[in-house]
Design a protein around this ligand. Sequence first.
Ligand SMILES: [Zn+2]
Length: 197
Amino acid sequence: MSWDHEIKSIMCPCGCGTIEQETKSDDWGRYEEGTPCIKCAKCYNKFNLITLIYSCPYKWKGDRRDYYLVPKDADLLVNYVNDYPIQQAWELAKNNFSDALIVSYSFEQLNSALSELKLKKSVTSLTGVAFEISKMRKRYLNSAKIVNLRIEVAKAIEDYYTFNGNYEQLIKQEKHNDIERKKYEAKVRENGILLNL
Ligand SMILES: [Zn+2]
């Protein structure tokens, strides 16, 4: 299987050089594009190359990448927050399954799961969040007994608000940063030159 390489080239903003981009494609219809390269000393000193990636909800369409040349003195500052560490649930599960629950569910969801776990005798009759939690434990730890789930969900509830970076905090942080990311992208579009590659 071989890749076909192609170099796309357009004139740079000052007109003294070029912006080049390597793309490759193969017989299977795969396509990859490289980051464009500023082949002009003047423009290289004046601009930053910024890539905006728009992920498409329709997976078969793939992501779109737009490339902008943004003046180095442009104000692109936004207010991202990183108050809470992002920890992977499966990593946490190795040491302590209740920590994995804390980053995966809201306080209310855990409480409703615990109520159900107290009523049911086996995992086979679980529904809703309690069912999801039993599946998660099987996936991460290869077992899900109702006695363990009761203890771990209760522990997650107990530790919820002392844990740094619980699900509720992470969602709040993520929503805030999403808004800031959109502001940043708007600033890039306002200040930058879209490359027509
Ligand atoms: Zn130039």
